[in-house]
Design a protein around this ligand. Sequence first.
Ligand SMILES: Cc1cc2nc3c(=O)[nH]c(=O)nc-3n(C[C@H](O)[C@H](O)[C@H](O)COP(=O)(O)OP(=O)(O)OC[C@H]3O[C@@H](n4cnc5c(N)ncnc54)[C@H](O)[C@@H]3O)c2cc1C
Ligand SMILES: NC(=O)C1=CN([C@@H]2O[C@H](COP(=O)(O)OP(=O)(O)OC[C@H]3O[C@@H](n4cnc5c(N)ncnc54)[C@H](OP(=O)(O)O)[C@@H]3O)[C@@H](O)[C@H]2O)C=CC1
Ligand SMILES: CC(C)=CCC[C@@H](C)[C@H]1CC[C@@]2(C)C3=C(CC[C@]12C)[C@@]1(C)CC[C@H](O)C(C)(C)[C@@H]1CC3
Length: 506
Amino acid sequence: MTVETESLTEYILVEYRWVVVITVLLPLSLLWKIWSTFRNYVVFKLSSAPKMHEKKVSYVQKQIRTWLKGDRSTRLCTARPSWQNMSFRQSTYKKTFTKIKINLVDILEIDDKNMTVRCEPLVTMGQLSRTLEPLGLALAVVPELDQLTVGGLVMGTGVETSSHVHGLFQNICLQYELVLADGSLITCSKDENSDLFYAVPWSYGTFGFLTSVVIKVIPAKKYVRLQYHPHTKLSELADHFRQESLKENPHQFVEAVMFSKEAGVLMTGDMVDEVGNDGQLNPIGKWYAEWFFTQVESHLLRNSSVIEYIPLRDYYHRHTKSLFWELQDIIPFGNNILFRYLFGWLMPPEVSLLKLTQPDAVGKLYDRSHVIQDMLVPIEHLEKAVNVFHKAIEVYPMWLCPFKVFNNPGQLKIKTTEDSQMFVDIGVYGVPKAKGFETVSSTRHIEKFVVEHNGFQMLYADTYTSKEEFRQMFDHTLYDKVRDSLQYCSEAFPEIYGKVNRAVRK
Ligand SMILES: Cc1cc2nc3c(=O)[nH]c(=O)nc-3n(C[C@H](O)[C@H](O)[C@H](O)COP(=O)(O)OP(=O)(O)OC[C@H]3O[C@@H](n4cnc5c(N)ncnc54)[C@H](O)[C@@H]3O)c2cc1C
Ligand SMILES: NC(=O)C1=CN([C@@H]2O[C@H](COP(=O)(O)OP(=O)(O)OC[C@H]3O[C@@H](n4cnc5c(N)ncnc54)[C@H](OP(=O)(O)O)[C@@H]3O)[C@@H](O)[C@H]2O)C=CC1
Ligand SMILES: CC(C)=CCC[C@@H](C)[C@H]1CC[C@@]2(C)C3=C(CC[C@]12C)[C@@]1(C)CC[C@H](O)C(C)(C)[C@@H]1CC3
């Protein structure tokens, strides 16, 4: 890692973290993968998951009723330990709240007539894409990292390169089943309990416990025909990016990765059934394959607008193997050809195991000199935002992903009367190089820019906003109304801010 460490111990822990990762975490990750594949296989063959669902939901209700009967002096959260979730921090409220066990890990039903899949909240993106692929189906929006869960993506949000067509993860969800703080089981959709339905996304589990979700699926094809368009001027890349995101019949997938303030690669893709003769097959998911983002960079260096055919599942999880570009700081030689051929099949280490074994010194170093943020701004401000980010942080690669926000009720209120507005997710993950970077003040600076430009911040990342600024960023009108209407809700759950602000995250 190219940052200054403060002591020799810190230096050793940071520079040689890979020793523990390779000798301990990679073999443990493998054992974990074998166990979960075996468990899923057995459950599927015994077909026990759908039959067990009601029983498991009753157990959730039973735990809440026990809390109701008690003195209710503590609030509620899920029992999923923080080291298992996909964010950098540990939530401190997990230590004091009453923890409700939600052991709901299965896909319940695939309905290929209505084109839906019903699943439990701990089902992961990797598990879903693996199950749907042989049936010729896919979720309309597949957030890239394998370990992201349906529950976390509903209660938070999910974005992916098809979001300029389908919107965020919640926009492909048709129905939620929840256990509320009074112990009752409720389902909601746009036609049934619609206020609750629109308030659930971005609510971070502050209305109740999600027990199942019905999600829209689409027909899938075997490959993604991906075209790389390198650009060396930000203004040209931004114009092209907007044009591809906003045009009437857009490509199914649009994404860009910037490698400096001016230069980046725009990628446009569509599903196809066969490898055409205008490009080559590139199975990026194979164990020996080079990390995706470095392959993308090579197209910029060669300034070549090539076409490639990528197997669909490999495409969906293209950023998993290198955790976007975060793994280069943990295993610096992870992309080396020899390492890939020998150990690539073990990659990536499980994020949960990495989190569990993270030494304090590494945490402190990341606090000081590492940024992990996704800022969501209306697409017309793209260049301005890149310039602001460059001045305040200067982290490359920078991820750009367009997505549509529909004019629906809820926390994500857009300032337009149109049906929808196009946004761009600007993702910065890495070591900042900007002069004068300081975590709190620099993050506050970009947060201010985002609020002033009617944007939003992804909340898996650290937010340094005050409660007032937070309420300005996210519209709480419907949220407050629904909370007031649900018995015991305010007693059982804090407000969203109470679960995501920096003070409750260690
Ligand atoms: C509900 C369901 C119905 C399916 N129906 C068909 C079908 O009719 N014809 C067909 O060819 N393929 C069907 N499949 C898909 C496919 O056959 C399986 O995904 C495949 O058998 C998985 O094999 P695997 O060893 O790779 O399993 P894994 O990759 O280990 O598991 C596949 C996934 O199935 C899920 N699963 C496991 N057990 C159950 C269960 N009891 N109920 C629901 N989900 C479960 C797990 O969550 C897991 O992620 C279905 C899949 C599911 C989930
Ligand atoms: N491409 C993308 O879109 C990416 C998205 N992310 C973000 O990562 C997060 C998802 O990570 P993941 O590890 O899956 O989820 P988490 O375990 O982090 O859960 C996120 C929130 O959802 C709540 N929650 C989860 N399940 C339930 C449930 N069944 N009932 C009630 N509340 C629930 C959690 O409550 P509690 O605190 O009580 O456990 C928590 O507040 C999202 O916030 C997402 O925005 C991260 C990387 C990429
Ligand atoms: C909206 C999108 C696409 C977001 C992508 C977010 C990823 C870059 C984030 C999600 C989880 C994440 C915060 C994580 C880390 C890096 C950035 C990640 C992968 C790492 C691996 C950095 C190193 C840390 O020691 C530790 C292992 C705790 C974390 C774990 C979570």
